[in-house]
Design a protein around this ligand. Structure first.
Ligand SMILES: [Mg+2]
Length: 230
């Protein structure tokens, strides 16, 4: 398949994942509260995902607001109150990562070489954060954030926002991303063919194409079956 546009996730796909930043933020909260880090880490993620799923349209809130609220909710459930201004400081490692993440070498090489169709970033992120990361990413033609679409992947409306921007039908597009839920399931729900980036090269992918590095993407795209009328 030769797509008319490549949609690509950013965090964890083109740039390194957020795990070290999450762990640094959780460690800050552990030092402040004495709570268990593993419990906090898991509960924070679960609450954040719930809030993202409920955040769309008129009730949309930025990723930064939702991360802060998710941690505040978790702490309150555990009987701890931390003032919002202080919580912002404790979670700063994550906010800094969103602004400063650098491209992975294979992704950078791919972006520098790829000429066959436009590359559009489709990212769960706040616009100002992504713009700072975009400065380090060559060969990107456009970007759609959750803030632009007022919804979070896997909500198909994020992908539909990007389709409307490019004027393309879903059959003409491939979406590449590292999250099974947000990228693979989200793209499928919008009728877009996904390519799953699993950098560990593990995990069942069924009918979904899987790559361990962007070095494999051109060959992977060439193997994908053509869909619809080209
Ligand atoms: Mg990602």
């Amino acid at each position: 398949m030769r797509p008319s546009a490549l949609f690509v996730d950013c965090y964890g796909t083109l740039v390194a994942g957020d795990r070290p930043a999450i762990e640094a933020a959780v460690a800050n909260v552990v030092r402040r509260t004495g709570l268990d880090g593993q419990v906090l880490d898991r509960a924070w993620w679960q609450r954040f995902r719930q809030l993202c799923a409920a955040s769309s349209g008129d009730s949309f809130e930025t990723q930064r607001a939702l991360e802060l609220r998710a941690m505040a909710d978790v702490l309150r459930d555990l009987g701890v109150e931390v003032p919002p201004a202080e919580l912002t400081v404790l979670l700063e490692p994550l906010f800094r990562y969103w602004r400063t993440a650098r491209p992975l070498p294979d992704a950078l090489a791919f972006l520098r070489r790829w000429r066959l169709c436009p590359v559009v970033i489709v990212s769960n992120s706040d616009r100002l954060d992504l713009e700072q990361v975009l400065a380090g990413l060559p060969g990107v033609d456009a970007a759609v954030t959750s803030e632009d679409a007022r919804a979070y992947k896997p909500d198909p409306s994020v992908f539909r926002h990007a389709l409307a921007l490019t004027g393309l039908a879903p059959e003409r597009v491939v979406h590449v991303g590292d999250s099974w839920e947000s990228d693979v399931a989200g793209a499928l729900s919008a009728g877009i063919t996904p390519v799953w980036v699993s950098r560990e090269g593990v995990g069942p992918s069924g009918d979904v194409a899987r790559i361990a590095s962007f070095d494999e993407l051109p060959e992977c795209l060439a193997r994908l079956p053509v869909r619809g009328v080209s």
